[in-house]
Design a protein around this ligand. Structure first.
Ligand code: NAD
Ligand code: TYD
Length: 347
């Protein structure tokens, strides 16, 4: 079996590539442009695997994508993860998000059709459903109501994928997962940002009142869900993936502060994110009943293992937290500016 994975040098993509390569007789071609979020170190252990290839190509580059399909055809499956993925960056500018998440998805769908690839898995997010009040959970039939340029661009990609199923009968399945945590997550996202700031004696920025709720899942459980969807999902369907693990940002902070032996004063309230979604919660019962899939990781032990991973992989995150990363944060705190105290030196 030959699978085209896009975004395999990112956080979730690198876990997926490693999971796929554990299957016998499975070859992976990883199409990844190596943006700021991609990292060759994430797949250093696979680089010399004879079943693995990397092509440095943007999903939005139609000619280059077609060349990859022509070179490696036939693909038995396409698993599309490449994306601009950070909400705060999308607030700074939405244009790269439209280019990669909308245009890139359209280009990839078209190439997959032209070269008669097998199943196309569009890897998406619960954020396309928008924000919940204090009750209820997102089901696959919840209306799309995205609030950030990031989630709007992901919703655009999802709609193109579902339209390809309806218009052309293309074998498409869409997954929508909740917030992931685990090793190799880029330290602009909440958990790796706080954990690595904690190791650098830097403050933890808390947006707004910190009562926003996210539904956390370990990345390995997400990736296992994607593998099941590829094998057993029904064409044209959407599958929500989540671990029934809702936590407010203040709860996440309290748990991590205790795990890391840090003082509550580490947490520093800053101005809220514009358009900040209040609560996400996934109803994963369709994936559980149809795919026999169940998350295997429990929150506190898996979070403790994640903290331990960042402790033993300082070289990995310290190499990232320099250069362009610092420029991003200068801009970020200009955008969030000033209603409340800003962390003085983050990062
Ligand atoms: P990430 O930002 O860590 O990695 C993105 C990868 O895509 C990087 O390797 C980057 O180089 C690559 N990429 C970006 N633009 C590209 C382009 N134009 N062409 C080719 N490659 C490009 O992202 P992630 O957190 O691993 O997320 C992967 C996917 O999963 C995304 O589609 C995201 O929307 C989805 N998702 C993420 C989460 C989460 O909590 N992180 C939750 C649900 C769904
Ligand atoms: P994030 O990891 O950016 O994921 P998403 O916005 O896609 O859910 O943020 C998770 C939550 O943490 C979200 O409510 C925003 C909040 N947050 C902070 O309070 N401080 C931070 O420094 C960051 C990055 C996020």
């Amino acid at each position: 079996m030959r699978v085209l994975v896009t975004g395999g040098l990112g956080f979730i993509g690198s876990h997926l590539v490693r999971r796929l390569l554990a299957e016998p007789d499975l070859e992976v071609v990883n199409l990844d442009a190596l943006t700021y979020a991609g990292n060759l170190a994430n797949l250093a252990d696979c680089a010399s695997d004879a079943h693995y290839r990397w092509e440095r190509v943007s999903v939005a580059d139609r000619a280059a994508v077609r060349t990859v399909f022509a070179r490696y055809q036939p693909f038995d499956a396409v698993m599309h993860l490449a994306a601009e993925s950070h909400v705060d960056r999308s607030i700074q500018s939405g244009l790269p998000f439209v280019e990669t998440n909308v245009m890139g998805t359209a280009v990839l769908l078209e190439a997959a059709r032209e070269y008669r690839a097998g199943r196309f898995v569009q890897v998406s997010t619960d954020e396309v459903y928008g924000s919940l009040g204090s009750s209820g959970r997102f089901s696959e039939s919840s209306p799309l109501n995205p609030n950030s340029p990031y989630s709007a661009s992901k919703a655009g990609g999802d709609l193109l994928a579902l339209a390809a199923y309806r218009t052309y009968g293309q074998d498409v399945v869409v997954t929508r997962c909740s917030n992931n945590y685990g090793p190799y997550q880029f330290p602009e996202k909440l958990i790796p940002l706080w954990v690595t700031n904690g190791m650098e004696d830097k403050p933890w920025p808390l947006y707004g009142d910190g009562a926003q709720v996210r539904d956390w899942i370990h990345v390995a459980d997400h990736v296992e869900g994607l593998w099941r969807v590829l094998q057993h999902g029904r064409s044209g369907e959407i599958y929500n993936l989540g671990a029934r693990n809702e936590r407010s940002n203040r709860e996440v902070a309290a748990t991590l502060l205790a795990m890391m032996g840090l003082l509550p004063s580490t947490l520093v309230p800053v101005a809220d994110r514009p358009g900040h979604d209040r609560r996400y919660a996934i109803d994963p019962s369709k994936a559980e009943s149809e795919l026999g899939w169940r998350p295997q990781h429990n929150w506190e032990p898996a979070l403790a293992e994640t903290v331990a991973w960042y402790r033993t992989h300082e070289e990995w995150w310290r190499a990232i937290k320099s250069g362009a990363y610092r420029e991003y944060y200068r801009e970020q705190y200009r955008t969030l500016a000033t209603v409340r105290a800003e962390p003085q030196e983050n990062p």
